[in-house]
Write a protein that binds this ligand. Structure first.
Ligand code: PAF
Length: 283
């Protein structure tokens, strides 16, 4: 496995593989890797000849400077995990390499409501930052396939829209959320939970997994109130939003009958950590 830090080196290595007919799989990350990331890497290795993982804590997608400062950075450990999972190349650019002279590329794409609801509403500018960096990474790596977890369902919708709008020649492969045995969705942010916070965090998925049944006997509005209360019943959990939305438009559904196309989304504050999760209601 190789590790490079410059765009020139990354392009050279990848173009070399491509010129020999290798297919390229790509897993963009911000590091602090967990089993969820490793499953993306393993899937990429199974479906492509050469797998690239980027590790870049992208400053322009953080709307909260404290969150950026405290984002876990575990490069040595990440390297070992990636090697074990079969990754071929790690690209670890610095901020100057990605944004010379502090200049991020501009991006003029209309995401409609996709970047205005839920995470878009509570983290203004976040998805613009994600779209800018993913576009740049796709231009550098030129992957055939790129792998993203459905835990960040809204991010996935933004990236699919980006790729379609710019006709980028990459297939986006959505991958199921990987959970701890107690149901908590794996996330780099889980590392920041205290032992007592970690004990109560699984309540989020416990409630999410009951939403589908609740919709059989309650209206959408009632289920939203029920879910919010059921999560907040546990002291320390505070719901930022709970939505039941269409899987494509991400707009809230009004009637329980529309649940066949819907996903339930939640963002919860737990001490200093903000966790998001979702569940598809149509499966
Ligand atoms: O999901 C993430 O880790 C990041 O948002 C991504 C896609 C690597 C862009 O910085």
């Amino acid at each position: 496995m190789n590790l490079v830090t410059t765009i020139t080196e990354a392009k050279l290595l990848i173009r070399n593989k491509k010129s020999r007919g290798a297919s390229i799989g790509f897993v963009p990350t911000m590091g602090a890797l967990h089993e969820g990331h490793l499953q993306l890497i393993r899937r990429s290795c199974a479906e492509n000849d050469f797998t690239v993982c980027s590790i870049f804590v992208n400053p322009i997608q953080f709307n909260n400077p404290e969150d950026l400062k405290k984002y876990p950075r575990t490069l040595d450990r990440d390297e070992k995990l990636l090697d074990g999972a079969g990754c071929d190349l790690i690209f670890v650019p610095g901020t100057d390499e990605m944004y010379p002279d502090n200049q991020a590329d501009d991006l003029d794409i209309d995401f409609g409501m996709l970047d205005k609801v839920m995470e878009g509403k509570y983290r203004p500018g976040h998805f613009k930052g994600v779209a800018v960096v993913v576009k740049k990474l796709f231009e550098i790596v030129a992957p055939d396939r790129a792998y993203f977890g459905k835990k960040d369902f809204q991010q996935l919708a933004i990236i699919q829209h980006l790729v379609k709008s710019l006709s980028m020649p990459v297939t986006i492969v959505p991958c199921n959320t990987v959970r701890e045995p107690d149901g908590l969705a794996m996330s780099s942010r889980n590392m920041r939970l205290s032992a007592s916070e970690r004990l109560i965090a699984p309540r989020i998925y416990e409630v999410l997994s009951k939403v589908k049944d609740e919709l059989d006997r309650k209206s959408v509005a009632e289920v939203k109130i029920w879910a919010t209360r059921s999560i907040e019943e546990v002291a320390g959990l505070s719901v930022e939003y709970f939505e039941i939305s269409d899987q494509e438009t991400l707009l809230p559904i009004q009637q329980a009958g529309a649940k066949d196309r819907a996903v339930a989304f939640v963002a919860v504050k737990l001490g200093e950590v903000r966790l998001i999760d979702n569940i598809e209601l149509f499966s």
